[in-house]
Write a protein that binds this ligand. Sequence first.
Ligand SMILES: CC(=O)N[C@H](C=O)[C@@H](O)[C@H](O)[C@H](O)COP(=O)(O)O
Length: 229
Amino acid sequence: MENRFFDAVKGKLIISCQALPDEPLHSSFIMARMARAAKMAGAAGIRANSVVDIQAIQDETGLPIIGIAKTDYPDSDVYITPTMKEMRAVAATGVEVVACQVTGEKRPNDEKLEDIVKQFRDEFPDTLLMADTDIMENALEADRLGFDIIGTTMRGYTSASKGLNIADNDFEYLKDLLKKVQHPVVAEGKIDSPEKLKRCLDLGCHSVVVGGAITRPLEIATRFIDAIK
Ligand SMILES: CC(=O)N[C@H](C=O)[C@@H](O)[C@H](O)[C@H](O)COP(=O)(O)O
């Protein structure tokens, strides 16, 4: 089966529609409506968390989806689709891409990333794999392991990348990453303005994911409130 993802999103915007249980909009119904708005605005794809949200968004939009399952385990800091169990559940929805965290940290149950990739390829040969990375070392490891897409999702969110922002020094890190990896790069994480989206595409990213700046009203409202504090 041909995977439509790369053609569909090339040079375009993917909108992440996510709300965890502790967020005000937590609801598959609401996420599907968010995705409807994203599609109406012209988004080429959606990124979504959890099997139920993914299914609701598939029904609502028919757009290609990057699927994840955020899951906390007591023995690991890796939470984005951390084990083969979540990878399987997400892939079984029929999403075009499954993304998982690649940040060099120990995974739950001591699962090894290399084994997960092999197993996933065996079970889901038509589904693309995206690596949610934080620093160059881990992005290069994902590239070496054959991930189809190198994402910058975790930059600034791990101890190794604390305090860093993808936009630092006019996207210096992204420029370097684009030179060093073989697989297409999808910029994601803290891209919070149309200008930054455009810059990432101009630099050569295959596509860009924007989330909170579009779909998290609490985050958007807080930026306004902070301006008058
Ligand atoms: C670090 C982490 O858990 N990131 C998550 C990954 O799926 C989402 O919470 C983000 O919203 C998504 O990556 C898009 O990024 P931003 O919302 O910054 O545009």
